[in-house]
Ligand binder design. Structure first.
Ligand SMILES: O=P(O)(O)OC[C@H]1O[C@H](OP(=O)(O)OP(=O)(O)O)[C@H](O)[C@@H]1O
Ligand SMILES: Nc1ncnc2[nH]cnc12
Length: 189
């Protein structure tokens, strides 16, 4: 191609669902023994670096959420849920609520403890972030044991909100002990 000619940009609306999922899958990088020996880490950085693959994730999440009726809030889990959650919230035209690791949020908070594939942690949400009866979509990058999302669902219920759906890019196969029933995932890896 001559230097002055431009390649036609690939836009996600031009491709079918299976091709979209393959496009996303190709942008997840396996890293063995990170952050600990024996863990096969799913690195989403290549996905974030590819604007077509990234916007395809948001398209597929938004398409799905639009089938669920009204949604009041998108809640994202620190840290990687912050990469997808706010973009999805903007797309849906609703607010975003961050759930942070303990000690990062000012004012009154509600706390939950949980176990991870490679450790333990505690998460917090501001006490006024969800009003009773609000319909919440929770967003994260991956489910491994499901402990993080399970704790996030408990937070929503404690605040008398309703979890409409948990959205993740990746459901890690072989590790599912999780009790979360409202999961929508794009890839099972
Ligand atoms: O299903 P689980 O076993 O609970 O694991 C999944 C969680 O683990 C990772 O977060 P992590 O706490 O490692 O933090 P980070 O997003 O700050 O890297 C990931 O982003 C999920 O939130
Ligand atoms: N295997 C994994 N890859 C990426 N993030 C994770 N969080 C928990 N387990 C993970």
């Amino acid at each position: 191609m001559a230097v002055h000619e431009r390649a036609t940009p690939v836009r996600s609306e031009m491709i079918d669902r299976d091709s979209k999922l393959r496009l996303i899958s190709r942008r997840i990088r396996d890293v063995l023994d990170f952050p600990k020996q024996g863990i096969l880490y799913k690195d989403i950085c290549p996905l974030l670096a590819d604007p077509v693959a990234f916007s395809t994730v948001i398209d597929l999440f938004a398409e799905h959420v639009k089938t669920l009726g009204s949604v009041d809030l998108v809640m994202g889990l620190e840290a990687r849920g912050f990469l997808f959650g706010p973009v999805l919230a903007q797309r849906l035209g609703v607010g975003f609520v961050p759930v942070r690791k303990k000690g990062k949020l000012p004012g009154a908070t509600v706390l939950a403890s949980y176990s991870l594939e490679y450790g333990k942690d505690e998460m917090e949400i501001q006490a006024d972030a969800i009003q009773p009866g609000q319909r919440v979509v929770i967003v994260d990058d991956i489910i491994a044991t499901g402990g993080t999302l399970e704790a996030a669902c408990k937070l929503v219920k404690q605040m008398q909100g309703e979890v409409i759906q948990c959205l993740v890019v990746i459901l890690l196969s072989g590790l599912q002990t999780c009790q979360i029933d409202k999961v929508f995932h794009l890839l099972e890896l």
